[in-house]
Structures are given as structure tokens and as C-alpha cells.
Design a binder for this molecule. Structure first.
Ligand code: M6R
Length: 604
């Protein structure tokens, strides 16, 4: 996730901005840049790489903007780093978000004679403002009109060499103003400036702020001036980095509605899935007769859920393989086989080796990654990014749910391509998918019910996680989450398998956590629950909304919001992530950096 900071005040922005930007390090980035007002020009400095050891060469200035980039459009290069400039160098812009209509805008601007130097979506913004200024509009008017013409999400900071103000605007990406004494800040979050001021104004969507010695906020569509409240931040600097959450994992669990929104953004148009990443691959995709998904850990669980979704929607056989096993077998793979490689980091050694094996055997390889420019992304024929933003907690949460969304989008894309499913069914799933961010929000809003359960059961040394159908892999994922961050023993399995052996483990110290939502196996699950209870076991259920029957049958219930059967795993996993988190927190475990684990497993 990109980070942005702007400064207007008595200090030297060229010295101050790098240190503010370093405070946003935790957001993850691959390149950075600055622009400062250096009358009569704007001075700019940009670099690919990290801020470590960086000292600014910029002239002294009282006004400037800065940016760390987490690449989404275009590779990690100095040219793609922000700020982006207008042709005449008079406008500098830093941007966080995604401009969906950038290719149309870029074409129009090129026809008007504008020259582009980067591959980014963001670069259209300074050129649009430049065009409007040339028509005689004021700086503010030009920014307002530009904001109105942009589709997608943005947090923007803009400098104009003719003006001693900076303009900030927000739609869908966070932006907060720090109101100091004789100085003001604007940043993606308060961490950037909390050591200077705790008085803040949170910008809302469609708002624009003009920042110099004062702060004026207006609605950028209507131009109406707004009377915004100044709030006091109660966090300290360390908490602020985590936006007030105790751990990155908790922050990332609660970020899932936003991550899902970003993952879906621009990928559904007119009732169809749009994946430009697969451009030029349709003919090859029409010929495939089999899909193999390879991955490790949580990403493998995402693949297992996708097996149900893809087989139902596409009607082709889908196999899901541990990358580590796939690479050391002699897998039957040919050029009619589509291999989907799933990896958050894009650097997992076993997954990379499996990718190379699949390519060697002639398969078309599509990867689903969260880290742009990672090795797996670079070596695949095509890559579709999760757009979850950097995941810092070792336990994967928002990467998992966005992997599932991408896998669902790919399934729908293939279904449409090979006409394996009636259009109405695809549309029904697409419209439910678009509602998923809201449904996720409703589900995580119920976190208190999960916390209460964690407080009751945190001392139990073992747990069984059980589910059926697409929720069977969610049981595996729930168990993995508990194991890796709380160091408790947990096993996940199909609820139907329990009677084939594991039921022997049931006693009062082994709670059984069932994913027991209303679906075609609901009655079977109810029967499994009775089997556990008959043997003195305690049952905790993840249940559909207002499922009174379940409430009457089990010791504890964690409700999810309502969605269609196929998409339920996107919600059922949320209480299980929270349960693992709260138990680990009560047990005082090192949640973001669990013992013996690494975020990216680059060894075999
Ligand atoms: O980066 P990847 O998705 O390739 O990583 C795969 C696994 O190492 C990873 O999912 C691991 O299981 C997580 N710690 C689970 O939370």
C-alpha cells in the first residue's frame, strides 16, 4: 500500500519529509520520491528501492509532498515512482489508489499532445490538471474537475509551482490532516506526523483540502466549503503504525472488507469479469481440459476452496497440489493443462519450483500473487494481483480472502469463455461477489461474540476444526491459524471423516469447532454435532445469521452475514481468524512474529 505525506510550515520540508515517510515503512514499498516547492520551480527526487541510508539532495523548502510506492501498475523503476509531473514540470502529484479509467484518459491526453514517461495509472492526473490550467481554470478548480473525471480510488497530494499551497483530495483511499502550530501535515495515516501533532482532521470521500498556513476543506464535486471537526489522537506512535490495533494481524483481519473492495475494483463490468492480465490468452484457455492449482500453507487452502468453485462453474477437473509434492513427483502435465500458482509473497521456494516444473512441461501458468514484481509473478505467463496491500503479520489473513476472490473471478472468466454455465447464474454470483466487502464488514463487526468465546476456551490445549464442502478447507485454515499463532494443537478435517477415527479423541478438553452454515450438507453437519455431544464434547459453531436451531444445539455460536452458498467461505473464515487471534492474544503470544515462522519461506 502506498504511503503519502505532505508538509506546509516553518520547517525545512526537504529534511522533514524523509523522516515522516520512514514512519510509513510498515505499509511496505518498493520505491519512493519527493517534490518540494523551490521557487520558481518544483524540485523532484525519486528512487527505486528503500529509504535506508537516504539523504535528500533537495533544496530547502517550506512546502513539499512525498510518497512510498507499492507497485500496482508498472514495474518497480525510478520512472514509475511518484511524484508524477505535468509536461512543463509545473504540477507534481503523489497518488495512493487505482485509477480505473486511466487508459482512456491517457489516450485522450496523448491526442492532445501530452507526453507520458511512466507506465502508471497515476501519471494522467498532473496532465489533466495541466490541461485545465491551460484553459484558464484556477488551481483549485482544475483539481476539482480532475477529481470528478477520475474513476476508481485515490488519495492525492498536489503541488503547483505557481502556488504556495498544497491541495489534497480523497476518494476511497485514506487521508488525514495533522493540524500543528504554524505547520500542517497531510498523510495516509497519523503515524507519519504524530510526533508533531495529535490534532487531526479526517478527510472523507469526495473531499478536497487546501493546505498552507490554514486548512480549508470543501466537497470537490460541489465546491461547497465544509466545517470539519478537529479530533485528538489518543494513540502513541507505536500504536499509530498499526492504526490503533494491538497487532498487524488484527489490523489485517479488519482490513479485509477494504482489501476485498480493492481486489474487485474494475474487475467486474456490465455483468462480466474483466481481467486484462489474461489478455491474449483466450484461445489457449479455450483449449484447456484440466486445471492444477499449486501452493503451500494458507494459499493451498485457498486453492482447495477454489476446487469446489471452479469445478462447479467451469466443469473441468481441478486438482489442488502442495507445491512441495508436485515438484518431486512426475506430474502429468501437458499443454492442455492450466496451472494456477497461488502465493502471497510470490517468493515461496517450493511454489516457485513447481511453477518452473509446470512451465517445463508446457502448461500455461497463471499466478495469483500479492507482491508485485516478485519472482513467481515475473516467471508466470500471466499474473493477477490480489491487491490486498502488504501483509505484515506472519499469519495470512487478507491475502487468503483476496486469493479466494481472484480464484472466483478466474472461475467466472473461464465459465464465460467456455460457456460452461448459464449467464444468469454467473450474474447472480457476480452480484453476490460485489456485496462481499459489505458482508465481510457485517461479519467482523460481530468480533465481540468471538472474543467472549476466546475468553472461555483459551486454556483448552487441543481443538478440532470441522467442515464440509467448500468449508472443509476453511476448517483446515482455522486450525492452521490457531496452531501458528497460539502454539496450541489443532486439527482440521472434513466433518464426515471424523467418525473414521478422530472421534476417539473427543473429550471435555477437545472443543469441536464446526463450520455449520446453511448449505447442502447442513443436516449432515447437525448429525455430526450430535455425535460429538453424545461423547461429552463441546461444540462451537460458525453459523448462518439467526440460525436458532444451531443456537439451541451447540454451546457457542459465531454468526456470519448472509451470502450465497458458493461464497460462504469468504465469510466463515473471518470468525476463525478472530478466534485464533484472540486466543493467542490472551495467551500473550508474539502474534505478528510467531516462533519458528517466517513470512516468506524461501528455503525448501
Ligand atoms: O507467500 P505464500 O502464500 O507462498 O506462503 C505460503 C505459506 O508459507 C503461508 O501461507 C503460510 O502457511 C502462512 N504463514 C499461513 O498463515
Amino acid at each position: 500500500m502506498c504511503g503519502i505525506v505532505g508538509y506546509s510550515g516553518e520547517k525545512n520540508a526537504s529534511e522533514l519529509l524523509p523522516s515522516c515517510l520512514r514512519k510509513l515503512d510498515y505499509r511496505g514499498y518498493d520505491s519512493f520520491g519527493f517534490a518540494v516547492q523551490a521557487n520558481p520551480t518544483i524540485a523532484v527526487e525519486k528512487h527505486a528501492g528503500r529509504l535506508d541510508g537516504f539523504t535528500s539532495q533537495l533544496p530547502e523548502s517550506k512546502l513539499g509532498i512525498a510518497h512510498t510506492r507499492w507497485a500496482t501498475h508498472g514495474s518497480v523503476t525510478e520512472k514509475n515512482a511518484h511524484p508524477h509531473m505535468s509536461c512543463d514540470g509545473s504540477i507534481a502529484v503523489v497518488h495512493n489508489g487505482i485509477i480505473e479509467n486511466y487508459s482512456e484518459l491517457r489516450e485522450q491526453l496523448k491526442q492532445q499532445g501530452h507526453k507520458f514517461v511512466s507506465e502508471t495509472d497515476s501519471e494522467v492526473i498532473p496532465h489533466l490538471i495541466e490541461g485545465l490550467l491551460a484553459q484558464g481554470k484556477s488551481f483549485e478548480e482544475a483539481v476539482r474537475e480532475t477529481c470528478d473525471s477520475l474513476q476508481g480510488t485515490f488519495a492525492l497530494l498536489i503541488l503547483n509551482k505557481e502556488s504556495n499551497k498544497l491541495v489534497a483530495a480523497r476518494k476511497g483511499s485514506p487521508l488525514v490532516i495533522g493540524v500543528g502550530k504554524n505547520e500542517n501535515f497531510v498523510a495516509s495515516d497519523v503515524t507519519a506526523f504524530i510526533e508533531f501533532t495529535k490534532d487531526v482532521i479526517f478527510l472523507d470521500d469526495n473531499e478536497l483540502a487546501i493546505v498552507d498556513g490554514n486548512v480549508e476543506v470543501q466537497n470537490f464535486s460541489t465546491g461547497k466549503k465544509l466545517d470539519k471537526k478537529v479530533s485528538k489522537i489518543e494513540w502513541d506512535a507505536e500504536q499509530a503504525e498499526k492504526s490503533g490495533y494491538k497487532h498487524f494481524m488484527l489490523k489485517e483481519i479488519f482490513e479485509q472488507p477494504e482489501a476485498a473492495q480493492k481486489c474487485l475494483q474494475g474487475r467486474i463490468k456490465d455483468g462480466k469479469v474483466v481481467l486484462p492480465e489474461l489478455e491474449g490468452r483466450d484461445e489457449k484457455l479455450k483449449e484447456i481440459n484440466r486445471v492444477i492449482i499449486v501452493a503451500c500453507g494458507t494459499s493451498w487452502h485457498a486453492g482447495l476452496v477454489a476446487e469446489y468453485i471452479m469445478e462447479e462453474l467451469v466443469g473441468l477437473p481441478v486438482e489442488v497440489e502442495y507445491a512441495s509434492e508436485f515438484r518431486y513427483r512426475n506430474p502429468i502435465v501437458d499443454d492442455k493443462c492450466l496451472v494456477i500458482v497461488v502465493s502471497q509473497s510470490g517468493e515461496t521456494a517450493d511454489t516457485l519450483a513447481a511453477l518452473r516444473e509446470a512451465k517445463k512441461k508446457g502448461a500455461l501458468v497463471i499466478s495469483i500473487c500479492n507482491v508485485m514484481g516478485s519472482t513467481i509473478a515475473r516467471e508466470s505467463h500471466s499474473t493477477i494481483y490480489n491487491r490486498a496491500g502488504p501483509e505484515i503479520g506472519v499469519a495470512s489473513t487478507k491475502a487468503f480472502t483476496t486469493q479466494l476472490i481472484v480464484l472466483t473471478l478466474v472461475s467466472l472468466y473461464l465459465a464465460d469463455l467456455i460457456k460452461s454455465n448459464p449467464l444468469e447464474k454467473q450474474r447472480e454470483i457476480l452480484s453476490a461477489l460485489q456485496e462481499i466487502p459489505d458482508k465481510m464488514q457485517q461479519t467482523v463487526d460481530e468480533s465481540n461474540q468471538v472474543l467472549a468465546i476466546a475468553k472461555k476456551y483459551w486454556e483448552k490445549p487441543n481443538a478440532l476444526y470441522l467442515g464440509r464442502g467448500p468449508n472443509f478447507p476453511i476448517a483446515l485454515e482455522g486450525a492452521l491459524k490457531l496452531k501458528e499463532i497460539s502454539y496450541l494443537h489443532a486439527e482440521g478435517m472434513s466433518a464426515a471423516e471424523m467418525k473414521h477415527g478422530p472421534i476417539a479423541l473427543i473429550d471435555s478438553d477437545m472443543p469441536a469447532i464446526f463450520v455449520a452454515v446453511k448449505d447442502k450438507t447442513y443436516n449432515k453437519i447437525l448429525a455430526n454435532i450430535e455425535e460429538i455431544k453424545a461423547r461429552g464434547g463441546t461444540v462451537i459453531a460458525v453459523a448462518s445469521p439467526a440460525d436458532k436451531e444451531m443456537e439451541g444445539n451447540v454451546a457457542e455460536v459465531m454468526h456470519i452475514a448472509k451470502t450465497i452458498e458458493l461464497l460462504q467461505p469468504l465469510l466463515t473464515v473471518l470468525p476463525l481468524q478472530l478466534l485464533a487471534y484472540y486466543i493467542a492474544d490472551i495467551r500473550e503470544c508474539d502474534i505478528d512474529k510467531p516462533r519458528n515462522l517466517a513470512k516468506s519461506v524461501t528455503v525448501e
